[in-house]
Each structure stands twice: as C-alpha cells, then as structure tokens.
Write a protein that binds this ligand. Structure first.
Ligand code: ADP
Length: 352
C-alpha cells in the first residue's frame, strides 16, 4: 500500500533579502510515520527548507502542503501547534522549570492543570526522565543530553502529527549522541510521529532515516531513497562526494543476516563457536566471523528465534548478503532521483 503523504513541498523556492538563493525549487513528499533525513553539506538549504514547513521562513514561491492544506495560508500559530520543532540548542526557557517548559503549548491551548500535569508526567516518562526527579528542575540543573530530551518532550506535548528536528543531536558529545539517537528511535516508533530530521552527518541520516533526501547547494534534491539505496547507488557525483568513504561498512550496519545467506549447519566445526542470530546486523555477523578461532574454519552457527541452529555463515556469505541488500535497494520505491536543474524549470508538480 502506498504511504500517505503528510507533507508535500511543491517547487518551493526561497531567495533571502540579500539575493541568496537558499532553495531553488524543491519538490519532495514526506510519508506518514516516516523519518525523512534531510542531509547535505553546510549551507545547502536544509534548515531553510525545514523552517519553511512551519513558516519560520516564508517561501518566495511554490507550495507546501500539510495534510493537503497549503501552510502558506494557514495561521502560523495554529500551524506550529500541529508541528513540533526541535533545534540544536533546544531553546528551553531558562527561568522556567522542566514542567513549565514542557507545558508551554498546552498552556497556550488552555489545558487545565490536571490534564497538563498528567501529560507532562507521561512525556517525562517517554523520554526516560521521571517526573518525581525532573519536573521541578531548571534547565541549568540538567546535562546537555537531558536538556535535549526535554526539548523533545516539549515538542511532543500536544502529540503533533509532525516533528521537525534541526541537528537535534549536534550539541551533544559523540559518546552520548548514540544513546540519544537510540532513544529517539524508540520514541518515534512508539509515537509514530512523522519526522523531518536535518543533519549534515550521513551516518546519523543512515541510522535514523527511513529515507534520506540528499541536497546540494541551493536546496537541489540530488536523491531521495532508502539509506541502503543511497549508499549502494548514489545518484550523482555530488551524492558520492558527500557520502565519502566507508559506504560498505555503513551498509554492513544497515543490512541483516537472512536465511538466503546461510549454508548448512553440518559444516560447523565442534565445539560450536558462539552463534549469531538470524536478522542480526551484518556488522555483528562480520565481527563474529572475524573473532573466530582458526579451528572454527571461518564459520559461525546461525540461530533462529527459538534459539535452534538454522545454518551457518562465512565471510563469503556476508559478502553475498551485502550484494543482495545493495541489489534489492536498487528497486526500492524511494529510489527515484531528480536533477535539480530539471526541477527548477519544471512546469508542473514534480513531487518525489
Ligand atoms: P544548511 O541548513 O544546509 O546549513 P541554510 O538553510 O541554513 O543551510 O542556508 C542556506 C543558504 O542560505 C546559505 O548560503 C546561508 O548562508 C543562506 N542563509 C540562511 N539564512 C539566511 C538569512 N536569514 N539571510 C540570508 N541568507 C541566509
């Protein structure tokens, strides 16, 4: 079934007052419940694109539809209540408690105290910061990561169908970033919120995006596709340059061990080495094979959900799995690519 389009950018253009063309005519559709990662080098128009969706920036021309409704004619305040927004340094109000920060939009909407308090507790629970400990704290009493989580809780307060995130993990130190990304994934799966995530980091995009839209200077859409498809089949030299080295290892982290990659269990040397799971990331399978003692002849057992051995895997099997994943991604529905030059002069709608 085709995914429902929640946000549609239709030949959207932004020229700033000083003549800078930040976005030259971008068409892009965002599907319900997906995380669309908007990536590209600094200055390519990612933030401008994001901010046009909630009208912090007004497009010069083109249309942006939210659930089929043109946002450029919507009341901006009402619009922002339907669209959560999270930025790098969170922008929490320093003189308000955590509770008051999260309750900002419910307050604007006139929710009563009991409903607001219950929602705040629920959200703090969702982001893993218990209300009993955190509700009455002030932003300066929190770590960077905790502040970022409060920012997410605040953005989700009225359960908006859409969340815009602009480099949300950029200010968090690398060690903790991974943890927050995992946390974000859990929350997004739980809430089903449709997310546009702006990042300059291809690894973050590949990890968190259901699809990746790669932009180049001037908000030109180079490619929109699944992370595997972008890594395996970059649509242009610019995409290839942007990704840089390391595609194979990134793909290993995205693809999984499947039954088709296995050989028979009878060739496993006894005593059997520690197994990998069917469905494990290829990275983990590769590490398991690399760590085998010489006596294991390069072969790990693979177990199914019940824990029973269902076959064995070798380095060749992993390579085959990588090729299979790359080939399969070539036919992803999201793989269609668009050249910006065509788009700018496109007469009609060119949503991807
Ligand atoms: P990104 O988020 O990809 O780094 P931006 O959307 O912030 O890119 O910026 C795109 C281009 O627009 C850049 O050249 C930037 O300098 C320019 N720009 C952004 N904001 C403004 C502004 N308020 N006035 C003029 N130029 C701007």
């Amino acid at each position: 079934m085709a995914a429902r389009t929640v946000i549609e950018l239709d030949t959207v253009r932004k020229t700033y007052g000083d003549g800078t063309v930040a976005v030259a005519g971008l068409s892009l559709a965002v599907h319900e419940h997906e995380v669309l990662a908007l990536v590209g080098p600094s200055g390519c128009g990612k933030s401008t694109t994001l901010r046009m969706v909630n009208r912090l920036v007004e497009p010069t021309s083109g249309r942006i539809l939210l659930d089929g409704e043109d946002v450029t004619t919507a009341d901006p305040v009402a619009l922002r209540r339907r669209i959560g927004y999270v930025i790098q340094n969170v922008g929490l109000f320093p003189h308000r408690t955590v509770e008051a920060n999260i309750a900002t939009v419910p307050g604007l909407l006139g929710w009563d105290r009991a409903r607001t308090r219950a929602r705040v507790a629920e959200l703090l629970d969702l982001v893993g910061l218990p209300a009993a400990t955190y509700a009455k704290r002030y932003p300066h009493e929190l770590s960077g990561g905790e502040r970022q989580r409060i920012g997410v809780a605040r953005a989700l307060a009225t359960d908006p169908p859409v969340l815009l995130m602009d480099e949300p993990f950029g200010a968090v130190d690398p060690e903790f970033r991974r943890h927050l990304q995992t946390e974000f994934q859990r929350i997004q799966r739980e809430t089903g919120t449709t997310v546009i995530l702006v990042t300059h980091d291809i690894d973050e995009a590949a990890r968190l995006g259901d699809r990746i839209a790669v932009l180049s200077r001037g908000g030109v859409l180079e490619q929109v596709a699944s992370p595997l498809a972008v890594l395996a089949h970059p649509a242009s030299e610019r995409v290839r340059d942007f990704i840089g080295d390391g595609s194979a290892s990134r793909m290993l982290a995205l693809a999984q061990v499947q039954a088709a990659d296995l050989e028979g269990a009878e060739r496993i040397v006894q005593p059997a080495p520690a197994p990998v799971r069917l469905g494990a990331r290829l990275t983990d399978a590769f590490e398991a094979v690399a760590a085998l003692p010489g006596s294991a002849m390069g072969r790990v057992p693979v177990v199914g959900e019940s824990g029973d051995v269902v076959g064995s895997l070798t380095a060749d099997g992993i390579l085959g799995a990588l090729r299979r994943a790359a080939d399969a991604s070539a036919t992803d529905p999201g793989v269609a690519e668009v050249q910006g030059a065509d788009l700018e002069d496109a007469p009609g709608r060119r949503a991807v």
